[in-house]
Design a protein around this ligand. Structure first.
Ligand code: SAH
Length: 366
């Protein structure tokens, strides 16, 4: 046994069991052994594939949506374009290309900020965004104030979660301890329900119910909601998750495009949890912002013009390329693939009308 596992075992033996959130943040972000610190996880040779890596159409449509929000906020001459967890930078490259064709005025207004912790992926972003003035940040707090347009695709699912389970004794946190020299799940002390989360008060739970919370997600939504309210702008969150609060364990480990056990390969597998979009929306709304959706990714992409974009691309494509374009559309929009599991949430300043692709305001208002 080596690497992260023995490091964690040593720590736990010394200080006692750790929360799942701590386990997740070490497994993903430990400077030496963390999953995102050491490799590029995306694509065929990696562990998973994301929408922007499936087709250029995804980033282009996101870019056009951001351009319509830039127009809506009065075409400021200087706007922070921000991406959380930009992966290889593929989405941003495609978005910037679409923006400069459709809305050249916005291209010159953009002040690009990328929030990223992975040295491997920062390197890929630098390569792909060569020529574009870009500032990197390890978290949102150092992104300067001012009108903001922000995209986060498959970012929030990577943030650490905590889990509490209702046992016959009360709510207990699911933690990781050590047994017989190996990492092993244990339950923490009984805690009061109202101490688990301010925004996620547990109701209707029964013995065995698991409640997930993501303190880091909540903190980011509070900060972003406050920025939107003060300076104006829009945020687009795309991720897999549930639109209504629910109980259940959604933490999963994926390695080489296959599920693996949570404790099987710490630091070597991607760990994610489904995003609780209801709590996310409520947090944004409590900070003064306005939320729209969620809508399913498939519905959203089609309503903002994916079919038309596919047809245009196919005009200059070979037969093989045309088939690839059709296949990509199906993967992104069909319910059997990413079309319904993935959801889209828009967040705006309080004055905003309904953004493109969100037929009605179904979210929360301040
Ligand atoms: N948005 C990209 C990549 C998704 S993978 C795409 O759709 O292809 C998750 C991304 O979030 C990676 O870039 C990862 O390095 C980054 N990330 C994970 N945790 C982070 C954190 N706490 N702060 C900043 N970036 C983080």
């Amino acid at each position: 046994m080596a690497g992260l596992e023995s490091h964690l075992i040593k720590q736990i033996k010394k200080d006692g069991p750790i929360s799942l959130a701590r386990f997740m943040s070490e497994a993903l972000g430990h400077p030496k052994y963390g999953y995102y610190m050491t490799k590029d996880p995306l694509g065929r040779g990696g562990d998973f594939i994301t929408s922007p890596e499936i087709s250029q159409m995804f980033g282009e449509l996101v870019g056009l949506w951001l351009a319509s929000e830039w127009q809506r906020i009065g075409e400021p001459a200087n706007v922070r374009l921000v991406e959380l967890g930009p992966g290889r930078g593929t989405l941003m490259v495609d978005a910037l290309r679409a923006i400069s064709v459709a809305t050249p005025g916005m291209a010159s207004a953009i002040d690009l900020h990328l929030v990223e912790t992975s040295p491997v992926l920062i390197k890929a972003q630098k390569k792909n965004l060569k020529g574009q003035k870009t500032t990197w940040h390890s978290d949102l707090s150092s992104v300067p104030d001012g009108p903001i347009l922000l995209i986060a695709n498959e970012f929030f699912d990577a943030l650490p979660i905590r889990q509490h389970e209702l046992t016959k004794d009360g709510w207990q946190e699911r933690m990781i301890g050590v047994k017989d020299g190996k990492l092993n799940p244990v339950l923490g002390d009984v805690v009061r329900a109202k101490d688990i989360s301010e925004t996620r008060a547990p109701e209707d739970a029964s013995v065995g119910s698991v409640l997930e919370t993501s303190p880091q997600t909540t903190a980011i939504a509070e900060e972003l909601g406050g920025r939107l309210t003060k300076d104006g702008g829009a945020v687009l969150v795309i991720d897999y998750g549930y639109s209504k609060r629910a109980y259940g364990n959604t933490l999963q480990a994926v390695k080489g495009h296959k599920y693996t056990g949570l404790l099987d390969a710490p630091g070597k597998a991607d760990l994610t949890a489904h995003v609780d979009f209801e709590t996310l929306s409520v947090t944004f709304a409590n900070a003064g912002a306005r939320t729209f959706g969620t809508v399913d990714q498939g519905t959203w992409l089609l309503s903002i013009g994916m079919s038309l974009r596919a047809e245009t691309l196919k005009e200059d494509a070979s037969e093989h390329e045309s088939n690839e374009i059709d296949l990509a559309v199906r993967r992104l929009v069909s319910p059997e693939a990413m079309g319904t599991l993935f959801k889209v949430l828009a967040v705006t300043d309080a004055k905003a009308p309904t953004p493109a692709g969100f037929a009605v305001e179904t979210g929360h208002s301040p």
